[in-house]
Every structure is written in structure tokens, then in C-alpha cells.
Design a binder for this molecule. Structure first.
Ligand code: ZN
Length: 466
């Protein structure tokens, strides 16, 4: 089996995309968008060297944009195979891809107006909503824990990854004459003990493991400490009557924050105050979560999420239309506004940041990974001034980073997951992490398991089992 690292490798954390080739078949795992900065735009094309007409299938680990965001490009290639994904992933991917097409269309309109004024050629659109609908028709539901033949001689088994609704780790086995070869793709792994979803389930046998390493260099603060800090920040900002802006990944993070807010209100630790979910996508994602109670962990099922939403979260309001979103500008605090995009590189959060970053009573709560080059990363890194829609905006707001709400496993949890498969002596390739995260994780893996990791670069290949 030849594995080629076409994304989320080298210095790229986003753009997940791996090509798996055998003598008889080829499949791809994930086909995500590169995110953050202008370099990402150049990478968001069809990868060279992939024969899409003969590609048998695409296997999707989960529905985050950096894993599924280029799937609509398949429509332009003559790819006739199936896109395998769990039912939860399919539902969320539909939501995320439709939104992605919409955001791209509106961004492009703005960019092309500018280009037109500058006498430049218009930029073509990456894909349209029609492309999205076409590729969604090629989705095939993938059950957890049941082996599925995805191509000639290639068999896939799916485990829970605990990262977002429907998220999966893959074990892809090639069966040939004489010997079997197994490649395990961790996908993005969630932290152990996170609320709502079940924890990641490890595999026990592999010849090669592709392990994500987003937070390979550190452990997050414990969830208990994080919730305490979250409560303290909220109490402070509510007292100074500021607006709390939360650039939130609409899927997963918003639902998790609502869960903590509900418990906070239920316990009376902070009095109820207005919370706005300013994201049609987050509103829909919350509805999709409710449709998949089979994926919830026992603790969450026992809480009865429906009751919690209705009673504890009575001050939560949703903004569906752009006018409802704009009306929030007129509002005085205290209030919390959760809006996308999660890395502040697009979406309604940009308008709220532009309107409020310069006010000292504002607080920005960063609750997820921020790619280098994104506006969110600049805020985390302490920028005193940022540009939004071409306008310089002074940063007077307080910026708080709460890593403990991450949907990614920290170093200890990554090592724990790998520890279950390590006795089968696999090769390990660290992907989906900056070198500052991959290198310390590689050292730990060497120390604990005696395995020397590969840190693949973009477009590098590994051959296994031949
Ligand atoms: Zn993810």
C-alpha cells in the first residue's frame, strides 16, 4: 500500500487529504479545505497526480471543513465512486458544505467587486451549491464497528473518534495473497471525558498509523479548571456590561458551550443573561445533534438535553437573518454572541469584531484552534491592531483563550490512544500538526513505545506492507 500525504502534512495542519493506492485500487481519505491566509487559497485545488476517474471511493473521517471542504471539487473530475461517511457525518457535512458554498459566493462577490474596480480579471468560484448537492448524492452511510468493503481488496472498519458528531477513526485493511496490511487513520481525536459525545475508541492492530498531532506538544487545562475560568470570565464581563464575543465552530463547540452555560445557570453560579446564537449553521447543527441521541454518552443522555435547552437556556435567542444579526450592533451588554467562523476568517463574527474590538468592555473568548494567518490567531498572539474588511481596528477588548474546550485530544490522550495499538509495532506518521506540536509528540512516542515517528511533508509517500 502506498500512502501519499496530500494535505494536513508538513507545515499544513488543514486541508486533510491522503491517497491510498494498492496494485488494484485507489481511495482517498478526507478531502478538506486548506484554511488561513493566502497560501491556503493556492492549495485549494485538485491535487496533482490523482487519477479521479479511477478513484474508487473517498472515506470521510468527519465533517469539519478542513476534512470535507474540497469534496464538491470531485464533481468536476469525473469521479463516480462513493463518499463513505457515518450518518452523523453526512448530516453535518451537508450543512457545512452548503454553508461553505454560500460563504465562498458572497466572499467572491466582494473580492470581484474590488478586482473590477482595480481593472483585474474576476476570480472564478471554487465550487457552487449545485456541486455540493451533486456530491452529497454520492454519499454512502458507514456504520460504526462493521467492516465494509470500499474497493477491490480494501476493507474499512470505523471506530468512534470522540471529536464531533459522527466523527470516526478508520482501520483500512488490504487483503491480498499471503498477507494483510492495515493502515489506521486516527482522524481528529477528541479529548477523553469531554461532555456530550462518547470517548474515542482505539484500534489494536496496525502496520501504519496516521496520528493527528494538533496538540501533540501539550495537555489542555482540565475541563473542570476550564469551566471555572469560563465562569469567572463571564461573571466579570457581565459585571462590566460588556459583550462577550465567541468565534465558534458552529458544530460541536456551540453545543458544548450551551451545555456548560445550562449547567452554570442551573447551579445559579451566574445569573441568566442574554445569549445570541448568531449563526444559522449553529442553530441547524444543534437540531442535527438532537436527531442523533444514539451518539451521546451515557452522562448526557441522563441529563435529558431537551429539558435542559428549554428551561435552563431560556435566555438563548437565535439570529437567523442578516437583519437580526445586524440588530445586535444596537444592543448594549451584557450579552454573549456566538458567531462563526471559528477562526474569524469569514462570517458574521467579523462584523461583531469590527463593531466591538475597539471597546475595552468587550471580551473575545477563543475556544478553538486558530490556524496561522487567521484573524483569530492574530488576536491570540496579542495583536494591538487588526484589519477587518480592509479597515484598521484597534484591539482594546480583552482576549481569552480557553484551550480546555478543545475538541482535540491533548498529548496525554493522544499517547493513551496510540498506546493501545503500539504493541502491534506499527510505523507511525504524525500528521495534522505544526512542527512545534509534532516534534515533542514524536519524542514522547520514542520514549514510551520505542517507535521512531515519520513527520511527512506535503506530497511525500510512504509504502507499507510490500
Ligand atoms: Zn476536526
Amino acid at each position: 500500500m502506498r500512502i501519499t500525504f496530500l494535505g494536513a502534512s508538513g507545515s499544513e495542519v488543514t486541508g486533510s487529504n491522503y491517497l491510498v493506492q494498492t496494485a488494484t485500487s485507489s481511495v482517498m481519505v478526507d478531502f478538506g479545505l486548506f484554511q488561513g491566509g493566502s497560501r491556503a487559497d493556492k492549495l485549494n485545488v485538485l491535487p496533482k497526480g490523482v487519477d479521479f476517474k479511477n478513484l474508487k471511493a473517498v472515506l470521510l473521517t468527519h465533517a469539519h471543513l478542513d476534512h470535507c471542504g474540497r469534496l464538491p471539487l470531485l464533481v468536476q473530475t469525473g469521479f463516480r465512486g462513493r463518499v463513505y461517511a457515518t450518518p452523523g457525518t453526512k448530516d453535518i457535512a451537508a450543512l457545512i458544505l452548503r454553508d461553505s458554498a454560500k460563504i465562498q459566493a458572497s466572499d467572491l462577490e466582494r473580492i470581484n467587486r474590488k478586482r473590477q474596480r482595480a481593472g483585474q480579471q474576476p476570480k472564478p468560484v471554487l465550487y457552487t451549491i449545485e456541486d455540493v448537492e451533486k456530491v452529497l448524492n454520492q454519499f454512502e452511510p458507514l456504520p460504526y464497528h462493521q467492516e465494509v468493503k470500499v474497493a477491490e481488496g480494501l476493507f474499512l472498519t470505523v471506530a468512534e473518534a470522540g471529536h464531533m458528531l459522527g466523527s470516526a477513526s478508520f482501520s483500512l485493511q488490504q487483503r491480498g495473497a499471503g498477507r494483510n496490511t492495515t493502515v489506521v487513520f486516527s482522524g481528529d481525536l477528541g479529548p477523553r471525558g469531554a461532555p456530550i459525545l462518547r470517548d474515542a475508541e482505539p484500534f489494536t492492530k496496525a502496520d501504519l498509523v496516521l496520528l493527528e498531532s494538533t496538540y501533540g506538544d501539550r495537555d489542555h487545562r482540565s475541563l473542570d479548571d476550564t469551566v471555572r475560568e469560563f465562569t469567572d470570565i463571564i461573571a466579570k464581563v457581565v459585571a462590566r456590561r460588556g459583550k462577550l464575543l465567541v468565534p465558534a465552530f458552529a458544530v460541536g463547540r456551540v453545543q458544548q458551550l450551551l451545555y456548560h452555560l445550562a449547567l452554570m445557570f442551573r447551579s445559579g453560579r451566574v445569573p441568566k443573561f442574554p445569549i445570541y446564537i448568531d449563526s444559522p449553521m449553529a442553530i441547524e447543527a444543534t437540531a442535527i445533534y438532537r436527531r442523533h441521541p444514539e451518539l451521546f454518552d451515557a452522562e448526557y443522555q441522563a441529563l435529558n438535553p431537551r429539558r435542559m435547552t428549554e428551561e435552563d437556556l431560556a435566555t438563548v435567542k437565535t439570529c437567523v437573518t442578516a437583519d437580526q444579526s445586524k440588530a445586535l450592533n444596537e444592543l448594549t451588554g451584557p450579552c454573549m454572541i456566538m458567531a462563526g467562523a471559528g477562526m474569524c476568517n469569514a462570517g458574521r463574527i467579523l462584523h461583531h469584531l469590527k463593531q466591538n474590538l475597539w471597546k475595552p468592555e468587550t471580551a473575545v473568548l477563543i475556544v478553538g484552534y486558530q490556524a496561522p494567518g487567521s484573524l483569530g490567531r492574530m488576536l491570540v498572539d496579542g495583536a494591538k491592531q487588526v484589519k477587518i474588511f480592509g479597515e484598521p481596528i484597534s484591539v482594546k477588548a480583552s482576549v481569552h483563550t480557553l484551550g480546555g474546550f478543545s475538541a482535540h485530544a491533548g498529548q496525554t490522550d493522544l499517547l493513551h490512544w496510540l498506546g493501545q495499538v503500539a504493541p502491534s509495532r506499527p510505523q507511525v506518521a504524525l500528521i495534522h500538526g505544526e512542527d512545534r506540536a509534532r516534534k515533542p509528540l514524536a519524542e514522547k512516542i520514542q520514549q514510551q513505545f520505542g517507535i521512531t515517528c515519520t513527520l511527512p511533508n506535503l506530497n511525500q509517500s510512504l509504502v507499507v506492507g510490500e
